[in-house]
Design a protein around this ligand. Structure first.
Ligand SMILES: Cc1ncc(COP(=O)(O)O)c(C=O)c1O
Length: 411
């Protein structure tokens, strides 16, 4: 492929106009939307309105007049089409880690006669820590990790398994799991399937209802561009609504919060997953971010994402072959999410050198360079330029400069 071919792809790209909607410096190649998405240009005005008008002038009346009280549900409704979920099945609140806890406990409560949780040894650590924590004080409850107890899911599934918690896309390798097939397999074993969609929501046409998923959750600050630490979402299959039991029983999940009853009665729908008051300002940023996504066609996003990641891998193979990189992601585009992970013993310094030249990726231990390709603001020419920069850094040895070896707290 030549640069002319690449530019022709950009000219024909139906998603190209979206880049303008985000605050991104000219020339910046932001390949870290799999960690923190950029800010939509509409957000400062939205935040000013929320702060100055709604909080500043509206004060307490804004809970009703500005729709603050309904935000968990109204944001859930904005998200639902991106997740293949029907109405009333998604709420936004709390963090992903907290929502993993809630969905895990709700899944266990749906299978009270079973005692095993299944997850994967290579999961994002928070998923593992939450399952580990769930065992505290519950001696009968045990955990089996794929990759530790057995090599595959089939090896660890049996009639004792209550819940299976897996990530749709692996946070390190970017491997994409077959949601429909795995959910079917888990149901055949009589267990509840819980998906962590942190790395696929907003970038992949997820079909939670069609895949018959029981419960799911994910963050909104990656490909949904909701802002640093933005609230997470929870999904439940319609058949489970009315039977949601989770231990973080707060008044927002009560059937009648303003009756101030002494005893807890869960709201009969998805709001049973709510706990207490939310950071409304964060939700207002997320709301504006989701408005940008409202008319996005995720099948177009997926098609471009596969092309971008294929192009990156092909160019790295072609231009950086002499520099000792390994490919940690699956080579087949249909087995990958929207990120490509390379390995290199000097990965940390190489990523820092790239960042210094305006190509932003990140690093994960022990030797993984991660590059996320968000089709709403990454062009084919960006991919071309990113690999040219990588090649130059390797050939010139620029990555060896001492400042690039200094480790920051966030890598
Ligand atoms: C797969 C996965 N699950 C969970 C989390 C953590 O979520 P939070 O820090 O929002 O609680 C992350 C964060 O990157 C993640 O990648």
């Amino acid at each position: 492929m030549t640069l002319d071919d690449i530019r022709a792809l950009d000219r024909a790209d139906p998603l190209a106009p979206y880049r303008e909607k985000f605050e991104l410096a000219d020339g910046l190649i932001y390949l870290d939307g799999n960690s923190l998405g950029p800010m939509a240009k509409t957000i400062p005005a939205e935040m000013a309105k929320a702060v100055e008008d709604e909080w500043g002038r509206g004060l307490i009346s804004s809970w009703n007049d500005a729709g603050w009280w309904e935000l968990p549900v109204s944001l859930g409704a904005k998200l639902a089409p991106l997740l293949g979920a029907g109405p009333g099945q998604v709420v936004v609140s709390d963090s992903t880690s907290v929502n993993i806890y809630k969905t895990l406990q709700a899944g266990l409560a749906l299978r009270p006669d079973r005692t095993v949780m299944v997850s994967e040894a290579a999961s994002f650590p928070t998923d593992l820590y939450i399952t580990e924590g769930a065992m505290q004080g519950r001696e009968a409850l045990t955990r089996r990790l794929v990759g530790e107890v057995g090599a595959s899911l089939a090896d660890v599934l049996d009639e004792d398994v209550a819940v299976v918690l897996l990530s749709h896309v692996d946070y390190r390798s970017g491997e994409l799991y077959d949601m429909a097939k795995i959910t079917r397999q888990v149901h055949e074993a009589g267990a509840i399937m819980i998906w962590d969609l942190c790395h696929s929501a907003g970038i992949y046409p997820v079909e939670l209802d069609a895949c018959n998923v029981d419960l799911a959750m994910g963050c909104t600050y990656k490909y949904l561009n909701g802002g640093p630490g933005a609230q997470s979402w929870i999904y439940a299959a319609e058949r489970h609504l009315g039977n949601i039991r989770q231990p973080l029983r707060g008044w927002w999940g009560h059937a009648q919060p303003f009756a101030f009853e002494q005893d807890y009665r869960p709201e009969p729908g998805i709001k049973a997953f709510l706990c207490g008051s939310q950071a409304i300002l964060g939700m207002r940023a997320l709301s504006a971010a989701l408005d940008v996504m409202a008319d996005v066609d995720l099948t177009q996003v997926r098609a471009k994402s596969m092309q971008l990641t294929d192009l990156f891998i092909a160019l790295v193979d072609e231009q950086c072959a002499a520099h000792g990189f390994g490919l940690f992601s699956p080579r087949e585009a249909d087995r990958r999410g929207s990120q490509v992970a390379l390995t290199h013993a000097d990965g940390y310094a190489i990523v820092q050198a790239l960042i210094a030249r305006g190509v932003v990726g990140d690093f994960r231990m022990p030797d993984i360079l991660r590059f996320g390709f968000a089709p709403l603001y990454i062009s084919y020419e960006d991919v071309w330029n990113a690999v040219a920069t990588l090649k130059d850094i390797m050939e010139s040895g620029a990555w060896r400069e001492p400042q690039f070896a200094v480790r920051a707290a966030v890598t």
